[in-house]
Design a protein around this ligand. Structure first.
Ligand code: HEC
Ligand code: HEC
Length: 401
């Protein structure tokens, strides 16, 4: 039997099944042995110099590695590998979501906050969610194209912000200013003292890929590293800290930096009509179709157009999408505009059912649009006031990204 990458990975984690290579295959009913034909999230940029190519490969292996207790997994953790939550380097399923909790701006570090680790290694007791806390469920987002996102200059992103809605279009959008962790090298984008622009995470609360990766090892997997040497809980893990080297974290950062976004799908007449409507009804006010990167020593990232369909700003999305949990400066109704690149591959990667929005609550694109409110209320109403044929054109456009 052929099984998809997602289930293969879940099996590796749950029952250590052998014979899975962790790579995602397209599932086409009735056909066996079908390799991805319409693109994937696993391809590095072309024409990389050989040293970068080698780092990419090392980083890819580390991203796919399933950690054991002997290697430092736990004591409490969510999953044993990066790829478990980001299957095929894409988004996860609701079962793989993380729960963050806190009380107002109190991160509740002394009560296991701000993340609920729902698994333990043998002999360790389970973490429980304290009563009456603010909770937020986060579906793992995809990790391809991170180098492009990182290389869009702060000025470019700020040029889309309109905090007080000066142009009166109902869409404001504001940057999430955050503080980088001390361990982030100042040479890294998003590192250094003072205010940094948050770009990563569903509320853009992290400014650098190094921080995102070091924290994922420590918080999501209980794997301490040279950047974060303390376990998420102080019992039950006897492996000396740090459990992995700085170089492993950095290899994964390079790997994600060099993962290219998938190519666009077929651009039919219907897709073109949908594209025009998407712009006209105001979706593109937040889902900005194209931004340019700044200078980079890596050719593939150097001053290129990025078709990411996000502005990386926070928007008030209304009550329906609210998690009512403040996260840094982001309020309980604000979210970072979700990038729309790769939308056409989401269903295949997740075994047939796509999951959209920060907690994966929508399983159709119409459902995702229907949940929009707040600053996106106008655009949403315009979408649902379109003729069925025009709505279908917008959907066809989204499914070509
Ligand atoms: C238990 C599931 C889980 C594991 C394991 C996990 N992640 Fe994630 N990852 C998430 C979730 C959930 C988010 C969104 C977090 C948020 O919104 O605060 C995320 C966000 C990210 C992002 C930011 C993407 C974006 O669009 O902003 C990167 C990069 C990332 N993870 C890399 C990694 C790496 C590298 C590892 C392994 C060291 C890893 N993750 C392990 C669940 C996981
Ligand atoms: C005011 C800004 C804004 C406007 C206008 C807007 N969106 Fe969004 N969109 C967002 C944000 C923010 C999210 C993420 C919400 C979440 O995760 O809960 C999102 C998420 C989505 C998603 C889900 C993506 C995913 O991978 O989970 C789709 C699809 C989408 N928008 C399509 C549209 C379409 C089509 C329109 C026009 C009818 C539109 N959006 C208008 C801000 C906007």
């Amino acid at each position: 039997m052929k099984i998809s990458g997602v289930f293969c990975i879940v099996f590796i984690v749950l029952i250590s099944m052998n014979g899975c290579d962790g790579r995602t295959k397209l599932i086409i009913p009735g056909a066996d042995n079908v390799e991805p034909a319409r693109g994937n999230f696993e391809t590095p940029f072309e024409m990389l110099p050989s040293d970068l190519r080698a780092t990419f490969t090392r980083g890819e292996e580390a991203f796919m590695k399933v950690f054991t207790v002997e290697e430092g997994l736990g004591p409490i953790f969510n999953q044993a590998a990066c790829v478990s939550c980001h299957p095929g380097n894409g988004r996860g399923m609701p079962d793989l979501s993380l729960i963050r909790f806190s009380m107002g701006h109190n991160l509740m570090l002394d009560m296991g906050g701000p993340q609920l680790q729902d698994k333990v290694i043998p002999g360790v007791s389970y973490e429980t969610l304290p009563m009456g806390v603010d909770k937020s469920t986060r579906l793992p987002p995809p990790v391809f194209g991170m180098g492009l996102i990182e290389n869009i200059s702060v000025e470019t992103i700020l040029s889309y912000a309109d905090e007080d809605d000066a142009d009166g279009d109902g869409v404001s959008g504001r940057p999430h200013w955050v503080t980088a962790a001390d361990f982030v090298p100042t040479t890294e984008i998003g590192g250094g003292p003072g205010e940094q622009l948050g770009r990563f995470g569903r509320k853009a609360s992290v400014s650098s890929l190094v921080q995102q990766t070091a924290m994922a090892f420590q918080q999501d997997m209980g794997v301490t590293n040279s950047f974060l040497q303390e376990e998420p809980s102080n019992t039950g893990d006897t492996v000396p800290d740090p459990e992995i080297e700085r170089s492993t974290v950095m290899d994964i950062v390079v790997f994600m930096r060099l993962l290219s976004p998938p190519p666009r799908g077929e651009i039919t007449g219907q897709v073109k009509r949908g594209d025009a409507i998407f712009n006209r009804i105001g979706c593109a006010a937040c889902h900005v179709p194209t931004m340019q990167t700044g200078p980079s020593p890596i050719d593939a990232l150097n001053r290129v157009d990025v078709h990411v369909y996000s502005d990386f700003l926070l928007h008030d999305m209304g009550e329906e999408l609210a998690d009512n949990r403040p996260d840094g400066e982001a309020t309980g109704t604000e979210w970072r505009t979700a990038p729309l690149w790769g939308t056409r591959l989401v269903a295949e990667f997740l075994g047939g059912t796509p999951f959209f929005l920060h907690d994966g609550r929508a399983t159709t694109l119409e459902g995702a649009i229907r949940a929009h409110g707040g600053e996106a209320q106008n655009a949403k109403e315009k979408f649902f006031n379109l003729s069925v044929e025009k709505q279908q054109a917008v959907i066809a456009f989204l499914e070509s990204l």
